[in-house]
Design a protein around this ligand. Structure first.
Ligand code: ADP
Length: 523
């Protein structure tokens, strides 16, 4: 039984009861002295209302509401014919009979019920004309015949209209069933209708889903999101985890829309199972990540080999030359001065090798999440001063003058070894990329923070590379021009962020760069 049909019959039963009661008062007022017993009328009214109320609680009455309605119509008609007879076929009561029959005919929607009712009324009329000597048959029969004919004709047109409506509803339903998407129609979250795909998707029978709350189809973790979209009447697609009848979960894409259904605005949701699509997406992401990891590994091997080869080649060259001189009996080919210079060079290349390997080890520790920071309080001003002093030779070799603007006695709570790593990195970069121009190193402190800056007037960096150079293996220059692995700034950033600080760069191509490190001051 269609919900709207049930509603119509319930309302009609209540209205019929009220009308029947109203007629009792009308007769008492207009036709005093008529035979108009309240008891039998109340019995008919109670019957109508009882059926109406029972249809709410007893599903089998709800399913047979049309039959219950017919029964009430038959009893009311019999009652009125009886009153007509008891009032000696009074013309006023004849009108009452007509009204009762017209009302009953208008409310009977099934041709079978109407046909049975017409036969019944004809039998009652025949019985009445047989028993009632006062009945004017010339008035009574034509009137009754007219009512029944008109009722029959009007029902025919109503039925054909109903057929057409039903046909178009069936056509729409078959269209909906033919779609692969699940369609759920709901009003205030109560499901009014679903298509076959939706029933299949959730593992229910179609009838089982009607009357269910739409939120019952959503897994608890997604219910808040679904509620939000329904309450704001959103028409944007969104993803939720759906819950099947067998409690298994499924990933859904839902698009909701307002829709006019039987004269009221309801919500229609188009639902698509995207579990497989999501799985493929996930597989693709894993595949891409693996490919990227392999690319990074290959790139790393190539960069690292190149970088390690340079100092090793230099060391090899120096030792080969010494060996050659020794084997040709020219042990004294080198003066002590030249020898010291040679050892210095080998030592520097060995230092370079150690620093490269340290960087590689640090990068690997960071990616494995094993990068310990052990904090202690120390004088940052002193550390910066001593690092600048120890690198003075390097600055001289690169022909860069070094200017210091260090605020004295600044203390900080941090990892001193890691801070040294950051400062040395920034200073060596200033030497490498500083183009032999002056470099300024500064340290300033405010109440809450400390700032270190290293400023050169070298090759500079394009703005598009400002973010990129702090990532692993990323360089802003070609590999052949100045050697490097692209790990220094990446390690610096990780160290600074592990201290809740930040590192940034300001630069202009050809004008130089300024790297700034800001650290919270936890005194
Ligand atoms: P590396 O110096 O080994 O290449 P870094 O991580 O220290 O690696 O630096 C990344 C990139 O940032 C460098 O390759 C360079 O292009 C750029 N860069 C770093 N410091 C400077 C600077 N002071 N001036 C210009 N470019 C710089």
């Amino acid at each position: 039984m269609i919900e709207s049909h049930l509603k119509f019959n319930r309302i009609t039963l209540v209205a019929a009861g009220l009308a029947y009661l109203f007629w009792w008062f009308a007769v008492e007022l207009v036709l005093p002295g008529s035979y108009n017993p309240i008891g039998s009328r109340l019995a008919v009214v109670c019957l109508c209302w009882t059926f109406g109320a029972a249809s709410y609680f007893l599903p089998w009455i709800a399913r047979r509401i049309e039959l219950a309605f017919s029964l009430c119509a038959w009893i009311a008609t019999f009652h009125y014919f009886y009153l007509f007879y008891m009032n000696q076929a009074d013309l006023n009561w004849l009108v009452g009979c007509y009204i009762t029959v017209i009302f009953a005919c208008a409310c009977l929607n099934s041709p079978l019920h109407l046909f049975a009712y017409c036969v019944y009324v004809l039998i009652l009329s025949a019985a009445l004309s047989f028993y009632d000597p006062y009945l004017s048959k010339k008035i009574f029969f034509p009137g009754m015949a007219t009512i029944l004919t008109v009722a029959y004709l009007s029902l025919r047109s109503r039925v054909s209209l109903l057929h057409r409506v039903r046909e178009s509803a069936l056509r729409i339903q078959s269209f909906l069933d033919a779609t692969f998407e699940g369609i759920v129609l709901h009003d205030k979250q109560i499901i009014l209708d679903v298509n076959e795909s939706a029933a299949k998707l959730f593992g229910y029978q179609r009838e089982e889903m009607i009357g269910m709350k739409v939120i019952e189809l959503v897994a608890s973790e997604s219910q808040a999101l679904a509620q939000k979209h329904i309450s704001i009447e959103s028409e944007q697609p969104y993803e939720v985890t759906g819950l099947r009848k067998n409690k298994s979960k499924v990933i859904l894409e839902v698009r909701g829309k307002k829709h006019l259904y039987e004269g009221r605005a309801v919500r229609v949701a188009a639902i698509q199972d995207i579990t497989e699509k999501k799985k493929h997406e996930q597989d693709r992401i894993v595949f891409e990540a693996t490919r990227e990891a392999l690319r990074i590994r290959d790139e790393f091997i190539s960069i690292a080999s190149h970088e390690l080869k340079t100092p090793l080649t230099s060391i090899k060259l120096q030792t080969e030359m010494t060996k050659m001189n020794a084997s040709s009996g020219k042990e004294d080919a080198y003066s002590p001065e030249r020898m010291r210079h040679l050892v210095d060079q080998v030592d520097r290349q060995a230092d370079r090798l150690v620093s490269l390997i340290d960087d590689m080890l640090d990068a690997s520790r960071i990616s494995l999440g094993r990068f310990p920071i052990s904090k202690s309080r120390f004088h940052l001003s002193d550390l910066l001063q001593s690092l600048c002093d120890s690198l003075r030779d390097e600055f001289q070799r690169a022909r860069c003058s070094l200017q210091l603007q260090i605020e004295p006695h600044l203390q900080i709570e941090a990892d001193p070894a890691r801070m040294e790593q950051v400062i040395v990195n920034l200073l060596t970069n200033a030497i490498k990329y500083g183009a032999g121009k002056p470099v300024t190193v500064g340290l300033t402190g405010s109440e809450n923070a400390i700032e270190i800056f290293v400023k050169d007037q070298g090759i500079g960096i394009e703005k598009v590379n400002f973010e990129r150079i702090f990532q692993r293996f990323e360089r802003a220059i070609s590999a052949n021009s100045i050697s490097g692995m692209g790990l220094g700034l990446y390690i610096c950033k990780q160290i600074i962020e592990a201290h809740q600080g930040s590192i940034s760069v300001e630069s202009e191509v050809g004008q130089g760069s300024c790297f700034r490190v800001r650290l919270p001051r936890t005194l």
